[in-house]
Design a protein. Structure first.
Lengths: 229, 241
């Protein structure tokens, strides 16, 4: 075991950690917004929206994330340049990066899993609370914003923490599409120094630390609302 | 632009020059890897759960370490790490015993690594399922003088299966999808076969979509299968709401 390589690789490790964290934050933040829409579509939408949302969730939960990532990166990525004028557009520098495809596919995937969690939570909100809101004359939109959604999120909090940790553990896949995330840094160190275990060990410790942080944050969030047990 | 004239159906036809056969073979090997790893996981998980409940302090500490570490580390890192560590360790062991090094079969390595990872999750699922069995039933079996093996087969197993099946079904779904990760270490299953097909024809989109639907088909079929099995092991029990 030798860890002398850290002294020359720590800037790279830091950028890798930054990439990993930003992938996680982007996918969780945008994925959550999409998931709220999907969950409401499944719970209270019409027949067609319900069917579409169900189909979306089944597809993204039923296929491996690696395949979704490669479908976007290799598949859509090879079709994108055919769009006229896209190479000259403002967004091209972003659109040609692996990071963009990783962020999009992680977001879509996270949304599907999170939607399933939220759907259950929305159904678990006691009917009486919603009826009370209606009796007070809240408009449907206000009912969702003030009662239904906040209550559902509280109910789902422990599961959401689990989902975010799962999402963190999925981020190393981004290295297969040239993103220089933490795991990619570890494999670069392996190629440069022929050390196999040490870089993996260091990177693993970082993931463990991040998991601990997520768990701690969510414990704090859950403690915000006193629950009678 | 001769390739665009070529229909999608030609690309996916099961006979060369179509790539359908390669994809199907990949799907079969995905199912084979998953099934074998699942079986290894069930064995490890049963051992782990019984060990954790046995009350032996040292054993429990070791098993806690196993389940905590495996479940906390990203699957990709585990698979790559164990893949290299496993083959490297085996060859070092052989060298220590003054035997010639062997080239570990990709299939065996993939199954061993995935099974080891599954075992950790399985341990927790089965431990929970065993804990949910009313103690009276186990005590009754003891009172009848059943030996541990018989007790496990006649009382523990039938009582834990209904509790454990939803968890086991989840794990099966996740292993069929996690098996795609062994593509990264270079074993040819569905994900890698698809990438090869895409790379040699430049029709990435078609092939990845096709393999996504193959995975989806595996998931949906397993869903039905697990429903049937659950109905079977839950026979005689009141229906859940």
């Amino acid at each position: 075991m030798s860890f002398t390589w850290i002294s020359s690789y720590w800037p790279l490790l830091l950028t890798g950690a930054w990439q990993t964290v930003s992938l996680l934050v982007i996918s969780v933040a945008f994925g959550f917004v999409i998931a709220v829409g999907l969950a409401f579509a499944q719970v209270s939408g019409g027949r067609l929206t319900r069917l579409l949302a169900r189909g979306y969730c089944t597809f993204f939960r039923g296929t491996p994330l690696l395949i979704q990532l490669w479908l976007l990166y290799y598949g859509v990525g090879s079709l994108l340049p055919m769009v006229p004028g896209i190479r000259q557009s403002l967004f091209w520098p972003i659109l040609r990066e692996g990071f963009f495809f990783a962020a999009v596919s992680f977001t879509l995937n996270y949304a599907a899993y999170e939607a399933e969690v939220l759907r259950g939570a929305l159904l678990a909100v006691p009917k009486g609370e919603l009826e009370a809101g209606q009796a007070f004359g809240l408009s449907p939109w206000k009912l969702i914003r003030r009662i239904w959604l906040p209550r559902a999120i509280r109910i789902a909090l422990p599961t959401i923490a689990g989902e975010i940790v799962m999402q963190l553990k999925a981020t190393p896949l981004a290295f297969t599409v040239t993103v220089m995330d933490l795991y990619a840094v570890a494999s670069k160190v392996r190629q440069d120094t022929l050390l196999v275990y040490e870089p993996l060990l260091v990177v693993t410790l970082f993931y463990l630390a991040l998991t601990a942080v997520i768990a701690r944050v969510f414990r704090g969030l859950e403690a915000q609302v006193p629950v009678r047990r | 632009m001769a390739t665009t004239q070529q229909g999608i159906l030609d690309l996916l036809s099961p006979y060369p020059p179509g790539w359908g056969g390669v994809l199907l073979a990949g799907a079969v090997s995905t199912v084979a890897i998953s099934a074998c790893a699942f079986a290894v996981g069930v064995l490890l998980g049963t051992g782990g759960a019984l060990g954790k409940l046995s009350g032996n302090r040292v054993l429990r500490l070791l098993l806690d370490l196993y389940t905590t570490v495996i479940r906390a580390v990203p699957e990709l890192i585990l698979i790559v790490g164990l893949y290299y560590a496993g083959t490297d360790g085996l060859n070092r062991l052989l060298a220590a015993l003054e035997l010639p090094p062997i080239d570990v079969n990709g299939f065996v390595a993939a199954v061993a690594v995935l099974g080891f990872v599954q075992g950790a999750y399985m341990t927790e699922v089965l431990r929970g399922a065993i804990l949910a069995i009313p103690t009276g039933q186990i005590e009754a079996a003891k009172a009848f003088g059943m030996r541990p093996a018989l007790r496990f087969r006649r009382v523990l197993l039938p009582a834990l299966l209904p509790n454990a099946l939803p968890g086991l079904a989840n794990l099966w779904m996740s292993i069929t999808k996690d098996s795609a990760l062994v593509a990264v270490v270079g074993y040819q299953e569905l994900a890698l076969a698809t990438r090869l097909a895409g790379a040699s024809t430049k029709h990435y989109f078609v092939f990845f979509l096709a393999s996504a639907f193959l995975y989806l088909a595996i998931t949906l079929v397993s869903n039905v299968a697990f429903k049937l099995i659950e109905g079977r092991v839950r026979r005689g029990q009141p229906r859940l709401a």
